[in-house]
Design a binder for this molecule. Structure first.
Ligand code: 13P
Length: 253
């Protein structure tokens, strides 16, 4: 019998939004959530770090979870400008995203660093969303599955279980471009990721671990993607900045 994985609909706000926007977005989502009885999905918002505290308070009691977009590998110390996983947990975060392709490219983050961040997050009691994905050049060279398998192998934290770890497949060419993976392209990679997870974590944990799709997901393409057999939710950028669009995507799950 196929296992049931509760879809996770996660909004990555990236470096967007001021306090007034967070009030409107987090507040608007909390209202919708309050009206929906036992939703079939888990809802997560990942605002910029300075808005985390505000958002944690804005969604309190609604069931919406709050996550950060990055964390440091160390628990504390001389790391100006960085944020520790233990502080995120202390502030009320439930999740942290690590290894987003924008961090990998803008900050030169390697699989090894991503894995260390993920392990710091797990140690702090956070759940982690580990991002992987190929570039267009790699896809065109026929390397898609190899690249994703390799990134997964090297970025997956020790101690990963279905309840503390989520994988996000985000093809780099689909992020913020309006170009979305076709259902066949997405399912092919998600199914390869699932097979790798089963090998690494054991069949049962691998089967239960959620694998999200990210990259130009919007209200018009969400249903098709979210209903694929190995897609267990979405990591949404642009469309997560609108209450209506984000909620429509969640509803499609
Ligand atoms: P877009 O939905 O804007 O393409 O961004 C996807 C993403 O990078 C989410 O982490």
């Amino acid at each position: 019998m196929a296992v049931k994985r509760k879809p996770l609909i996660a909004g990555n706000w990236k470096m967007n939004g001021l306090t007034k926007d967070a009030r409107a977005l987090a507040g608007g989502l909390a209202k919708r959530m309050a009206k929906s009885k036992s939703p079939a999905f888990e809802l997560l918002i990942c605002p910029p770090a300075p808005l985390l505290d505000f958002c944690v308070n804005a969604v309190k009691g609604s069931g919406i979870k709050v996550g950060a977009q990055d964390c440091h590998t160390a628990e504390a110390g001389a790391h100006t400008g960085d944020v520790s996983a233990s502080l995120l947990r202390d502030m009320g975060c439930g999740y942290v995203i690590v290894g987003h392709s924008e961090r990998r490219s803008n900050h030169g983050e390697t699989d090894k660093l991503v894995r260390a961040k993920a392990e710091a997050a797990l140690t702090a009691g956070l759940k982690v969303i580990v991002c992987i994905g190929e570039t267009l050049k790699q896809r065109n060279a026929g390397l898609t599955l190899n690249v994703n398998r390799q990134q997964l192998r090297a970025s997956l934290p020790a101690g990963a279980t279905a309840s503390n770890t989520v994988i996000a497949y985000e093809p780099v060419w689909a992020i913020g471009t309006g170009k979305v993976a076709t259902p066949n392209q997405a399912q092919e990679v998600h199914s390869a990721i699932r097979k790798s997870l089963k090998r690494k974590m054991g069949a049962s944990e691998g089967d239960k671990t959620r694998v999200l799709y990210g990259g130009s997901m919007n209200p018009s393409n969400a249903a098709e993607l979210l209903h694929l057999p190995d897609v267990d939710g979405g990591l949404i950028g642009g469309a997560s900045l609108s209450v209506t669009d984000f909620w429509t995507i969640a509803d499609a799950a």
